[in-house]
Design a protein around this ligand. Structure first.
Ligand SMILES: *[C@@H]1O[C@H](CO)[C@@H](O)[C@H](O)[C@H]1NC(C)=O
Ligand SMILES: *[C@@H]1O[C@H](CO)[C@@H](O)[C@H](O)[C@H]1NC(C)=O
Ligand SMILES: *[C@@H]1O[C@H](CO)[C@@H](O)[C@H](O)[C@H]1NC(C)=O
Ligand SMILES: *[C@@H]1O[C@H](CO)[C@@H](O)[C@H](O)[C@H]1NC(C)=O
Ligand SMILES: *[C@@H]1O[C@H](CO)[C@@H](O)[C@H](O)[C@H]1NC(C)=O
Ligand SMILES: *[C@@H]1O[C@H](CO)[C@@H](O)[C@H](O)[C@H]1NC(C)=O
Ligand SMILES: *[C@@H]1O[C@H](CO)[C@@H](O)[C@H](O)[C@H]1NC(C)=O
Ligand SMILES: *[C@@H]1O[C@H](CO)[C@@H](O)[C@H](O)[C@H]1NC(C)=O
Ligand SMILES: *[C@@H]1O[C@H](CO)[C@@H](O)[C@H](O)[C@H]1NC(C)=O
Ligand SMILES: *[C@@H]1O[C@H](CO)[C@@H](O)[C@H](O)[C@H]1NC(C)=O
Length: 532
């Protein structure tokens, strides 16, 4: 993806509006869909959802109705999770993470498993997270609805848990939820922090994720309902979903995601009378409408998780900026997408397990080139839209930049490993937090390495997530280096090496150099070395 697109994606995710931030309570403007649009395109489904917001005695704070609060309070979420675990001790355990949010809130999560010993169970490990963005309430509600549905049908639950061990972290961003705002309390976007790891909260959750080392992950979000296309249309997808697209994820894992899991998600949506589409953001909403499929960038959760060679899906239900409107349908859509993933995993456990284990082994041993940048091109297709004049669901012609798959552009030989001088231990620490094994070189390092010379560098004109982005090009030189004791070696013969590629190759759009963590100008020699 071109560097500029990353910025557009971020702006589009906010509903296209950049606005001044304050400490807490950064709400987006509410713009309800008309009754006509809601009734003809998004009628309330006639289903039972077993989550707090849909319990017969549910109560809501007034802010829920005007977009200044969420549906289910942290207290209600916590007692619901505890109740599920105490009713089902043979398969559900309530846990609290050993860390707190920026404002000191806990992270309750549920571990669903019938095995006593995770590592020896031979099951697929599944990580489900919701509400990374605090104003996307159907994400966590859908995960609570999943817990409620498992509790309500024990036999069905047992069928899943014969194949799967599952961690459900319904609320990744409890502070954002409390303020009903997208970001952390510090106004950093949790979903752009996955390579720079600027916030401790990102690091803490990532360590928990890495220690679980899931085969499958799902990240539940909502998308902005206010976007208009070709003036009179809006997105009619109840759910958009996207697998991790980064090309350093093994092709068999990407293929499983696209050829097995994505159709499973689609079928699950259809079986509930809902409409699914791939996840996109708009780079132009008019004439011609241009839609970009989810990118390959590693700063975003789905690709960061995917780069641990994990089948990963982002799911997005229509919901930002419409307060309580259509909440049952939104929650059902999130629930349907997560079920599509779980059912596919359950029904194809052997194929998924064996394909992934073989792919991981092959990835670890590979000496194929690594992909530093990639691109996509537009082609014609149609998109499921609502004609806002009639409420009718139609197919609107659009141009679509598909990332299924993206095309590799800049590639480089895969080094045996990267050598990081002791002085740059903060880079080594970021990689360790991301689940990489980082070796400390007790005797330092002396020998020939590949060093990058910076041949061009271009700074952005404003902050992006607290950093001034630096776009560089490099050329590789051979040099002898002599590095002190306590320097680090990051072998690329490991499962999570893809994270090292995107973080350490300076020309990647989310690298430490791009984020200015290692500030470099033309003629500087990059102080992370490639052992080839
Ligand atoms: C909803 O579904 C139930 C059970 O399937 C049915 O009895 C009821 O009539 C339905 N309600 C509406 C409004 O369609
Ligand atoms: C709602 O009812 C359920 C049982 O039906 C109970 O566990 C829960 O505490 C109640 N919630 C509230 C907010 O009263
Ligand atoms: C939304 O409702 C809350 C609670 O009633 C109120 O404090 C707030 O001012 C309202 N906000 C808007 C934008 O109407
Ligand atoms: C789980 O099983 C593995 C392999 O058999 C064993 O090494 C480990 O000690 C067990 N862990 C627990 C907590 O029982
Ligand atoms: C949008 O709808 C209005 C009202 O029907 C119509 O006048 C206008 O031409 C439409 N705009 C486009 C771009 O189709
Ligand atoms: C991709 O996955 C599908 C579904 O599991 C499988 O049928 C197909 O053989 C796979 N293709 C490749 C090229 O691996
Ligand atoms: C979902 O399945 C339907 C029916 O097979 C198909 O028409 C549609 O293109 C699929 N959608 C996606 C996003 O795959
Ligand atoms: C949202 O709140 C409004 C105002 O209280 C209410 O009329 C409407 O039925 C609610 N919608 C849903 C889906 O709960
Ligand atoms: C491919 O990379 C080269 C060099 O980095 C760049 O100039 C070119 O624009 C890229 N091509 C595409 C299609 O992105
Ligand atoms: C690094 O690249 C710059 C810009 O092309 C060049 O001026 C400089 O001589 C190069 N340095 C080395 C050591 O090759």
């Amino acid at each position: 993806m071109a560097p500029a697109t990353g910025i557009l994606v971020a702006a589009a995710a906010l509903g296209g509006c950049a606005f001044a931030q304050k400490y807490g309570e950064n709400h987006v403007r509410v713009s309800f869909d008309s009754d006509l649009v809601e009734q003809s395109a998004f009628p309330a489904p006639n289903v039972t959802l077993f989550s707090p917001a849909f319990s017969p005695n549910a109560s809501f704070v007034p802010g829920w109705f005007n977009g200044s609060d969420g549906a289910t309070s942290q207290t209600a979420l916590d007692s619901f999770a505890k109740a599920i675990a105490s009713k089902n001790p043979s398969w559900a355990t309530y846990r609290t993470a050993e860390f707190l949010s920026e404002e000191g809130r806990p992270f309750p999560y549920i571990y669903l498993s019938t095995s006593q010993n995770v590592t020896s169970s031979g099951k697929l490990r599944v990580w489900l997270q919701g509400s990374v963005h605090g104003n996307e309430p159907a994400g966590d509600e859908a995960l609570l609805a999943l817990l409620g549905a498992l509790d309500a049908d024990q036999e069905w639950a047992a069928g899943f848990l014969e194949a799967l061990d599952i961690i459900v972290m319904p609320r990744y961003n409890p502070d954002g939820n409390d303020y009903f705002q997208r970001t952390f309390a510090t106004n950093f976007d949790p979903n752009r922090d996955h390579t720079k790891l600027m916030r401790q909260q990102t690091r803490d959750i990532k360590e928990l994720f890495s220690s679980f080392a899931p085969h499958i992950a799902v990240d539940l979000h909502e998308y902005g309902a206010a976007s208009r296309f070709a003036v009179n249309y809006s997105n009619a997808a109840d759910g958009m979903y996207s697998a991790a697209k980064n090309l350093n994820i093994h092709p068999s894992i990407r293929n499983l995601s696209e050829a097995l899991f994505a159709p499973g998600i689609n079928s699950s949506m259809i079986s509930k009378g809902l409409r699914g589409e791939p996840y996109m953001t708009a780079s132009s909403s008019s004439n011609p409408v241009q839609l970009d499929e989810a990118g390959t960038d590693a700063k975003i959760g789905r690709n960061a998780m995917g780069l641990t060679q994990c089948i990963t899906f982002l799911t997005e239900t229509r919901g930002i900026g419409i307060a309580n409107q259509s909440f049952k349908r939104r929650t059902l859509a999130g629930f349907a997408m997560v079920l599509g993933v779980l059912e596919t995993a359950r029904d194809n456990k052997e194929e998924v397990y064996n394909t992934m284990e073989a792919a991981i082994k092959e990835f670890v041993e590979s000496d194929e080139d690594i992909v530093v940048t990639d691109y996509t091109e537009y082609s014609d297709r149609t998109w499921t839209m609502v004609d806002r004049r009639s409420g009718e669901v139609v197919q609107l012609p659009v141009q679509f930049a598909s990332t299924t798959p993206a095309t590799a552009n800049l590639t480089r030989s895969r080094p045996e490993g990267y050598i990081i001088p002791r002085a740059w231990s903060d880079l080594a620490e970021r990689l360790r937090v991301s689940g990489l094994q980082v070796e400390t070189l007790e005797d330092g390092f002396s020998g020939e390495v590949e060093v990058y010379n910076i041949t061009s560098a271009s700074l952005a004109r404003s902050y992006y997530e607290g950093h001034v982005l630096n776009t560089v090009t490099v050329e590789a030189l051979k040099r002898e280096v002599d590095l002190p004791k306590g320097s680090f070696f990051v072998s690329t013969k490991q499962k999570n090496a893809g994270i090292a590629f995107v973080s350490l190759e300076p020309e990647n759009i989310d690298s430490y150099v791009r984020f200015g963590i290692v500030p470099l100008e033309v003629g500087d020699l990059y102080p992370v070395f490639r052992k080839v």
